[in-house]
Design a protein around this ligand. Sequence first.
Ligand SMILES: CC(C)(COP(=O)(O)OP(=O)(O)OC[C@H]1O[C@@H](n2cnc3c(N)ncnc32)[C@H](O)[C@@H]1OP(=O)(O)O)[C@@H](O)C(=O)NCCC(=O)NCCS
Length: 185
Amino acid sequence: MATFLETRRLRLRRFTEADEDDLVELDGDPEVMRFLTGGRPTSRQEVRDHVLPTVFGFYERFDGFGYWVAEEKQTGRFLGWFHFRPEKEPRDGEVELGYRLRRAAWGQGYATEGSLALIRKGFTELGVERVIARTMTVNEGSRRVMEKCGMTLVRTFHPDGLEAIDGSEHGEVEYALGRAGWRPR
Ligand SMILES: CC(C)(COP(=O)(O)OP(=O)(O)OC[C@H]1O[C@@H](n2cnc3c(N)ncnc32)[C@H](O)[C@@H]1OP(=O)(O)O)[C@@H](O)C(=O)NCCC(=O)NCCS
């Protein structure tokens, strides 16, 4: 797999062990974690024992897919990450898009810029047929990114075992974009 991908302002690269501190800091911001855990941070132990091994596992199992660190090209600053990966039970040609950025980076179009680049790579180089993305129904910012990437709402659903956090009573939404509906920009 190519180990990095560049956009106008971003450099997306593979994770390394050295990203532990930035991950702990990212997940330590309750606003970042609001629609994921209700604000609870991820402990350093969890990052070390679960998050990073999961990320590295994707690199071994799926060529070209997985998790990407997003850095600001000009400064090298860690902005957060994207994932573009098959789901737990992979369906042929389908990948799930996701993103998590530091609060300081929000509102500048970075999530859309990185997502568009991954979607393009998926459809043009990786044989992807369909991209999906899910978020809490009330996560308006995340939904807006999906819409700006040309994805459309497929369903609202109430997954079993969803953590009871503020807004979870409204369930989750799933957006999708098929290769046929994709318009390169
Ligand atoms: C979701 C997230 C990745 C968006 O990143 P970003 O770089 O700010 O996204 P962009 O700038 O590309 O686009 C955000 C869009 O949502 C809009 N938006 C943001 N918050 C909003 C809100 N509360 N209500 C309505 N729209 C909102 C922005 O105005 C922008 O739309 P616009 O360009 O039409 O103005 C970022 O907020 C984040 O990391 N959140 C925490 C983690 C998270 O929730 N991840 C998704 C879990 S599935």
